[in-house]
Design a binder for this molecule. Sequence first.
Ligand code: GLV
Length: 397
Amino acid sequence: MKAASINDYRELARRRLPPFLFEYIDGGSYAEVTLRQNVADLEAVPLRQRVLRDVSDIDTSTTLFGQRLSMPVILAPIGLAGMNARRGESQAALAAENAGLPFCLSTLSVCPLAEVAGATKQPLWLQLYMIKDRGFMVALLAEAERLQCSTLVFTVDMPVPGSRYRDYRSGLAGASGVSGALRRFSQALAKPGWAWDVAINGRPHVLGNVAPVLGKSSGLEDFFAWMRNNFDARVSWADIEWLRAHWKGPLILKGILDPQDAIQAVCAGVDGIIVSNHGGRQLDGVLSSARALPLIADAVADQLTILADGGIRSGLDVVRMLSLGANAVLIGRAWVYALAAAGGAGVTHILNLMSAEMKVAMALTGVTRIDAINRDGIDSSRSTLLPQSATRIRTTQ
Ligand code: GLV
């Protein structure tokens, strides 16, 4: 199959990966209502077709925290991404750099920060969780500064991990020791392309940034146990001040879904927020990103940079998110499906596809510059997202 879309890459990834990895990327928490709603709500945003506006010269570039981006898209932090292709985070970061886009490395990556920074020239973004061991955090932040990372993304919607049934069924979670290893090994045997590329030639399979503190036992089987034991559920707004003392660059909070929290983020003095429900992987049943975004934009749009993720499966979806109020978006599953299916070349392909799709969407909605995309582009008579948003935000404040 030749992939023409992100959904095609999803299918190719499903065929190539052992189930314990595909289900981890693809799945959400509990009944996956929010996961589905992220896609469905965004897909349903009705844009207005506008005509005769000279769309011969379309520019998708934008500036974010002083950095020029070829389009308003960032590669989101994804745990274990490096298990999907040989030294996967380094391949994807290089593809992002070649496309003129930032790459955000997860704390829970396979390749350590230094390895990815060594594979690329542009400054990386780093994602951080609040870990109980503040010494670990200080060391990682110092490493980020040493390697000239430009931007810190602090994830705030995961003080504890959500329950993801698929990971239990597939053998990624809850199957430690020999029995878990055997289950994963038998899945790997059935996927020889992946086994050769990653299982044999993609070692070491450790959480690269965490390995220095976990030592020898930083293998895959420790992934969920490590999250449960080391994420700091006491994390609070007061910790933003602590972070500020250890990080001088732009600081973004990832996982804001409520306007009151967005207002608090402004008060905390952060530079940006990411409207996100963690790809439907945390609290199931919460608002989709597309529904939450206009409410939050109404509350804080002129006070900080608003990014959003969740459900983006095309360049058309990027235009929809910008119309709802985002300055830029993060894509997660999209790049990991492509990485799993075709390595760095796959990531390059979907970024090219998204850029081309964005240009067509901009042409047909009659805009030629990113800063001209706004709510005027949405057909409010058919939208179920906008009118209620305006009313609700005014009544809750
Ligand atoms: C980690 O961020 C995850 O969602 O598994």
